[in-house]
Design a protein around this ligand. Structure first.
Ligand code: S3P
Length: 172
């Protein structure tokens, strides 16, 4: 018998729309919402951008791993992950337990448009936004694909449709 899916895990590039979909799913299913970015910011006591500026990405990934390991398995939950969660295999092994893993995808233009309006995300590896997106988006697409059970396209579907697609795919 297949395990019940008590958790919906949202992965995908920054700016693809994971957080708004997570909130909507949480409300609709009446499931608890977990935002790993929020949990990280709470754990380090400062915004992520400030923490990364002071300590670097490696330390951030360490805190992220601890946060992922602390997520409960026995709670009905929607888990909104930071875009880089797939950089670590162990994270994905933990997240896979009892979960439907959804890749929230969007095209690169949509991502660029959204990220250029938000000032609070630190650049990952390149000194300007378009190069940063270009490099990391292309590198990560195969990882999102590899670790997900399904992909939803957030550039071409409205919020209600996305929500419906995920709920229909989930095993009870
Ligand atoms: C990151 C994405 C961010 C946050 C951190 C690193 C990444 O989350 O975890 O800045 O590596 O793509 P969002 O995807 O919610 O922006």
């Amino acid at each position: 018998m297949k395990m019940k899916q008590t958790r919906i895990v949202l992965i995908g590039f920054r700016g693809a729309g994971k957080t708004s979909l997570a909130r909507r799913l949480g409300k609709k299913l009446d499931w608890q919402l977990f935002s790993t970015d929020r949990m990280i910011a709470d754990a380090v006591g400062m915004p992520i951008a400030k923490y990364v500026a002071q300590n670097g990405w490696e330390d951030f990934r360490g805190v992220e791993r601890k946060v992922i390991a602390s997520l409960p398995l026995d709670v009905h939950g929607v888990i909104d992950c930071g875009g880089g969660v797939i950089e670590n295999k162990a994270n994905m092994f933990l997240l896979r337990q009892n979960s439907l893993i959804v890749w929230v995808d969007a095209d690169i233009e949509t991502i660029f448009h959204r990220l250029s309006r938000s000032a609070d995300r630190p650049l990952l590896s390149q000194p300007d936004l378009s190069r940063d997106i270009e490099e990391n988006y292309r590198r990560r697409q195969p990882l999102y694909e590899k670790y997900s059970d399904m992909r939803v396209d957030a550039s071409t579907n409205d919020a209600d449709t996305l929500c419906q697609m995920v709920i229909e795919a989930k095993r009870d």
